[in-house]
Design a protein around this ligand. Sequence first.
Ligand SMILES: Nc1ncnc2c1ncn2[C@@H]1O[C@H](COP(=O)(O)OP(=O)(O)OP(=O)(O)O)[C@@H](O)[C@H]1O
Length: 637
Amino acid sequence: MMPYCRPDWPRVAGALVMFALNNTMALTIPLISGLIVDRVIVQGHTDELTRLCLMMVTFTIVRAIGRYGYTMWMERFGQNSIYRLVSDEYEKLHKLDFTYFNHTRTGDIMSRLTSDTDAIRHAISWVSYNVLDCVVMFLGAIIMMFTIDWRLALALGAVTPFLFLLTRGLSKHAHPLFYAIRNSLASLNSMVEENIEGNRVVKAFVREPYETRKFDERNDDYMQRNMDLAYNSRRYMPWLDGLGFALQLITFGFGGLLVINGYMTLGNLVSFNSYLWMIDGPVRQSGWLINDWQRFNASCIKIRRLLTEQSHINEPQQSAAPAAETAAQNSVGTAAEPAVVANAAATDAAVATDGTAVATATAATANASTATTTVAAATAPIHGDIRFEHVDFAFPDDPDTLILTDIDFHIPAGAKLGILGETGAGKSTLVSLMARFYDPTAGRVLIDGVDVRQRPLAALRSQVCIVAQDTFLFSDTIGGNIGFGASEDEARDERYIQRMAQIAGADGFIRSMPDGYSTIVGERGVGLSGGQKQRLSLARALADDPAILIMDDTTSAVDMETEAEIQRHLRELDGDKTIVTIAHRISSVKDADLILVLEHGRIVERGTHEQLVAAHGRYWQIYHKQLGLAAGESQGY
Ligand SMILES: Nc1ncnc2c1ncn2[C@@H]1O[C@H](COP(=O)(O)OP(=O)(O)OP(=O)(O)O)[C@@H](O)[C@H]1O
């Protein structure tokens, strides 16, 4: 937490000053009460009453100002620190790869961003100043009590070991309980999240009672975990409360005896009793504060895990060129210095050193220039030439199962690639390697001759756009959704957005909507048909103007006529764009310059439509089947 808190240290320092002011006043006020009893009431110096009362009022006002000051500053400190923490968490989420999201429940992530961060905010502000308050008041009051009467203070001290044992026991048992509560809440959140998202499936299968039962189980578990914590508190809290009562009993019993026997004044007993109240608060509060502190620890563990999570997909090592340049500079430096060295050492040795240094400098400069060339190539705009070199791929969580085996093909910039294959053949996985959502297990994926692993991720992904099968639309206007990936100027240009919608065959249905391009589409594009959502996703990808456009079954829910129209528009669009089409329909890929037929992660056939039909292989079989269906063979013709 330190890096998140550091910028607010000056505020915390100010709060500490206010805190010191508050506590000094708090510890002084009981002494004035004692003086009023002894001087005014017992000894009859009534003239001192006004002065002492005024002092008390002033001290109380100063104390209130101090308390208000440090409370506000510490709350602000907590809010600021959490703001920085949540921003970092959110940024981290965007850096994590698909593998993380494949394994982590959305509810769990939501808990980390909401309840966990709130537990931390509560702990670093409210809990921290209350803990400090408890410790200072407790110790301060003990010191004051010893100053007033060491015998009575010593008698109270006998209770302290019990206090220590109780707080330690409470803390030890509370930690795992808070961790369990936190996990149970994450599981509950995930379930709610899944049910909201999958509510159509639940309704369609009439699984409401089953889902309610499942929810009740998790809700029950959450309640049980909280009850465990309550039981734990119930085990310790009465004893802590009892200790508070025991302290009072000792004060009035033993303290009263000391006053009666003249070892202590009545005023001192009154002051002593005020200090007792001061230690009574911390004793009673310690249990709750320990609970809060353990909640803070459990939340920190969870958030720390998120922030230290490693992505499998990382930015390329930029160090090659700078390192080589630095090496060159260092070596050049060494080469220039031998003249100085020569003054101090033998001339021969200096000449030898000079020669070696110049040679090293030359080699390092050459390395630097090669590295600079590679970096320049990696950051150059993408034209769209794609080459797969003997690529194997297995998902990181199942490294023994190859999903793609020996994928090897080349498609020049501006050409069209079609990928055909049965469900689960690995088509989507293959294209996800182009945008580096995963890295190959073996082999290389080259774009314009540069390994995708050497390209900055943002530069690569802004030029390689996948229209995924899962057509996700943001809750925004249709225009906003289409302009999502476009530059700011283009996103604001209505004509540009409309043109993209026209190419994607979406303009017609958008215009028929009551608000046209300003129509708000809900989460996941509720209110639109599957085909409409697909066309909006395509328009969004087109607006991004990528060099490589990948359409993963993008027109599967679109009728054949509209699909043919979209294809015609795409052909007219831009001859420079490399277009990769994944489809089950032959009609979607038959115009491609290269068609790959995939089976069980391997390319089993490749060629143009004509070549593949002539080959009478797997493609031909599919073609025949689909042609038959289209021609009405299935109806017996
Ligand atoms: N995250 C994952 N972890 C492990 N295996 C996965 C993962 N995602 C997909 N797979 C497996 O990889 C294989 C290829 O999946 P992929 O989605 O690439 O197939 P596809 O050819 O695109 O199928 P479809 O035509 O149905 O979209 C499948 O067997 C699938 O079960």
